[in-house]
Design a protein around this ligand. Structure first.
Ligand code: ADP
Length: 330
């Protein structure tokens, strides 16, 4: 897999995190650049050795207690995962090819079913019984779901391979968000969807299509995981110190169980309550959203309470952003 070239600040390194937070860091993915220029993917486990640990040792085991209390020590294990990454890249390539090949037959199926339904509803051609029309509508829905899934799979493999450069331009995020809000408001009568802002224009430097995709996914989830009814509120907040704009999408749905919140942005991860409620999904949407937001230099995170609702937050860069090496890829 070709990874975007980015120099991560020392405070994000596993060893520094372990020492600063005084917590063991497991399986942190990092990349080492060797003197010859070769990049080595590694997994890092870092265990901080606290001063209490040192106190429990015999004084002769180290130079002097005073010195050790001031020193930061950690046990760090680096594991070369090049072979694993290579296998992962082969798997991604296979998924990419399969998804790509599925697109054409799915498009043919979709067009054929839609035109049958269209004809039948208009009373053209052979008259269909109600049950036949219902079955055709089931096929249309299933085809749409498959088309969405192949699109997401293709997106994941493209984003991971870093093939396309993400083109960004100054964009009015208020107008873009309003468009998405209005689109969803037309699709549901059981949900109240509201954009809370007094501003008419806020400029961020983004790839508008990709951020619209992120917002669409967050809105679609907010509605899907509020199966009874509920409200979805969107707010903006400036973060001048970081030169970022924060967008919040809050819902009053089923929420995400506390113990699953940390892993929910992984691929194919779904919460138990969503499965138990019989709500269908693939667990790819949030993974894609986080990747897209991070490739803009922003962050995506959540707060949630099971049974009460969730709020998703994302930050996007304000002002001019260079399209250089750090501008990453889609
Ligand atoms: P999908 O919805 O297709 O399963 P996502 O990646 O978009 O995939 O979401 C991953 C999981 O996160 C969902 O399956 C669901 O368990 C949980 N989730 C996402 N958004 C919400 C939300 N607004 N409210 C409750 N649960 C959510």
């Amino acid at each position: 897999m070709r990874l975007p070239r980015r120099r991560f600040p020392p405070e994000t390194w596993a060893t520094t995190c372990a020492l600063l937070q005084d917590e063991t860091v497991y399986q942190h993915q990092e990349i080492i650049q060797q003197p010859c220029g070769k990049r080595l993917p590694i997994l890092v486990n870092a265990v901080p050795l606290s001063s209490s640990h040192w106190h429990s040792m015999e004084p002769s085991e180290h130079h002097s207690l005073d010195q050790c209390e001031q020193e930061c020590l950690a046990l760090v294990i680096h594991q070369d995962v090049s072979a694993l990454k290579q296998a992962e890249s082969l798997k991604d390539e296979f998924i990419g090819i399969a998804a790509h090949e599925l697109r054409t037959p799915l498009a043919i199926l979709k067009t054929a079913v839609s035109s049958f339904i269209h004809q039948a509803v208009r009373g053209h051609g052979t008259l269909l019984e109600d049950w036949q029309l219902e079955r055709l509508e089931d096929v249309e829905q299933a085809t749409n779901r498959l088309t969405d899934l192949t699109k997401d799979l293709l997106d994941v493999t493209r984003l991971q391979s870093g093939r396309n450069v993400l083109q960004r331009a100054p964009t009015n995020i208020v107008a873009l968000t309003r468009r998405v809000v209005e689109r969803f408001a037309r699709m549901t009568t059981r949900h109240h969807i509201e954009l809370q802002t007094a501003q008419e224009a806020l400029e961020v430097t983004i790839n508008a299509k990709r951020i619209e995709q992120v917002l669409t996914n967050l809105f679609s989830n907010a509605i899907k995981y509020s199966p009874q009814r509920g409200s979805v509120i969107v707010r903006f907040a400036a973060r001048p110190a970081e030169n970022m704009l924060e967008i919040q999408v809050q819902d009053t749905g089923i929420g995400i169980p506390q113990q699953q919140q940390a892993s929910i942005f992984g691929h194919f991860i779904r919460a138990d309550n969503a499965r138990a409620a019989g709500i269908s999904g693939t667990g790819l949407g949030l993974y894609l959203c986080r990747m897209l937001v991070e490739q803009h230099g922003g962050r995506l995170w959540l707060t949630s309470e099971e049974g009460k609702g969730s709020a998703f937050f994302l930050t996007l860069p304000i002002g001019d952003v260079s399209q250089g090496e750090n501008a990453t890829a889609t």
